[in-house]
Write a protein that binds this ligand. Structure first.
Ligand code: C2E
Ligand code: MG
Ligand code: MG
Ligand code: MG
Length: 281
C-alpha cells in the first residue's frame, strides 16, 4: 500500500543504504580492474593425509588490493558470484593452480602433491564447464589425477542428473571431487549416495567446538561414518589444536587441514615448509 511505498521511497534516500550501494559499486569496479591488472594471488594450505604426510594443498584466492592490502575471499567471492565476475576469476584460479601442478610435477619431493580448487556453483553450472576444465588441463600440462575440485552442497539444488554427468565426464579423465563445508548445507542422503564423489570435507564449524560441544562431536562422528559407509575419503578442515586432531583420529578421520599444521601460505612459504625435514613442521 501507500505506507509500504512510502517506506520504500524513504529507504531509497537512506544515507547509510546509499553509502552501502556506493561501496558495493566501487568494490565491483575495483574487482573488475583487479582482474585485468592481475591483482589476484593464490595461497596454498597444506593437507595431511591418512599416512601423516603432506599429500596436497588447497588453493585459496586472495586479492592484493592496491589500497586495502590483502583481501580475504569471504569479502569478494559473494560479490564476484552476484556479478558474474566469478567466471573469469574462477578460470584464473583453475589455470594458476594447474600451472603450479605442472611445475611441481617436475620437482623431486613435490611431484606427489595434489591441488584442490574451489568451484562455485555458478562456475560449475556453465554448460561448457567440463570442456573448460579439460582445456586448462591440456594447456597447462597438469596431470588430471592431481586435480581435485571442491563443490558445495548448494549444487544439489540444481538438476542432479546434469551435475552427475559433468562430474562423471571429468572423473573419467582422472579429476577427483570433494564436497566442501560438508554438514552445513542441504544434502539429501539419497542424492549424496548418487554423486560420484571422492571425499567429504567436514566443515570447520563442527571442528571448532568438537571437544566441548557434544552435538558437534556427534555430527563429525556421523560424517566420518557416512563417508566410510559410502566408500569416500574424509578430511577435517579448521583443525587448530592437537586435541581436535586426536579426537578426530579416534573418530576415524586422520586427514586434516588447519592452523595446527599451517595457515594458507604464499607459494614461497609453502615450498619452504615442504623443504623442512619431516617432523620439523
Ligand atoms: P573453504 O573452501 O571452506 O576454505 C577453508 C577456509 O578456512 C579458508 O578461508 C582457510 O583459510 C580457513 N582455515 C583453514 N584452516 C583454518 C583453521 O585452522 N582455523 C580457521 N579459523 N580457519 C581456517 P579463506 O581462505 O578465507 O577462504 C574462505 C572461503 O572462500 C573458502 O572456504 C571458499 O569457500 C572461498 N574461496 C576461497 N578461494 C576460492 C576460489 O578460488 N574460488 C571460489 N569459488 N571460492 C573460494
Ligand atoms: Mg574449500
Ligand atoms: Mg571448506
Ligand atoms: Mg569452510
Amino acid at each position: 500500500g501507500a505506507k509500504a511505498a512510502g517506506r520504500n521511497t524513504l529507504r531509497f534516500f537512506d544515507p547509510a543504504m546509499q553509502a552501502a550501494v556506493t561501496a558495493r559499486a566501487s568494490l565491483e569496479a575495483d574487482l573488475r580492474k583487479g582482474l585485468q591488472q592481475g591483482q589476484f594471488v593464490l595461497h596454498y594450505q597444506p593437507q595431511i593425509d591418512d599416512s601423516g604426510t603432506i599429500s596436497g594443498t588447497e588453493a585459496l584466492v586472495r586479492w592484493q588490493h592496491p589500497s586495502l592490502g590483502l583481501v580475504a575471499p569471504t569479502t569478494f567471492i559473494p560479490l564476484a558470484e552476484e556479478t558474474g565476475l566469478i567466471l573469469p576469476l574462477g578460470q584464473w584460479v583453475l589455470e594458476t593452480a594447474c600451472r603450479q601442478l605442472a611445475t611441481w610435477a617436475a620437482v623431486p619431493g613435490r611431484a606427489h602433491l595434489s591441488v584442490s580448487v574451489n568451484v562455485s556453483v555458478r562456475q560449475f553450472r556453465q554448460p561448457d564447464f567440463v570442456a573448460q576444465v579439460l582445456a586448462v588441463l591440456e594447456r597447462t600440462g597438469a596431470a588430471p589425477g592431481r586435480l581435485q575440485l571442491e563443490l558445495t552442497e548448494s549444487l544439489l539444488l540444481d538438476d542432479v542428473e546434469e551435475v552427475i554427468a559433468k562430474m562423471e565426464a571429468l572423473r573419467a579423465r582422472g579429476v577427483s571431487f570433494a564436497l566442501d563445508d560438508f554438514g552445513t548445507g542441504y544434502s539429501s542422503l539419497s542424492y549424496l549416495r548418487r554423486l560420484p564423489l571422492d571425499q567429504l570435507k567436514i566443515d570447520k564449524s563442527f571442528v571448532t567446538d568438537i571437544i566441548g560441544n557434544a552435538n558437534d562431536a556427534v555430527i563429525s562422528q556421523t560424517i566420518v561414518a557416512l563417508a566410510h559407509s559410502l566408500g569416500l575419503a574424509v578430511i577435517a578442515e579448521g583443525v587448530e589444536t592437537t586435541e581436535q586432531r586426536q579426537f578426530l583420529a579416534l573418530q576415524g578421520c586422520r586427514s586434516y587441514q588447519g592452523f595446527l599444521l599451517s595457515a594458507p601460505l604464499a607459494l614461497a612459504d609453502l615450498e619452504a615448509l615442504l623443504d623442512q625435514p619431516a617432523g620439523a613442521a
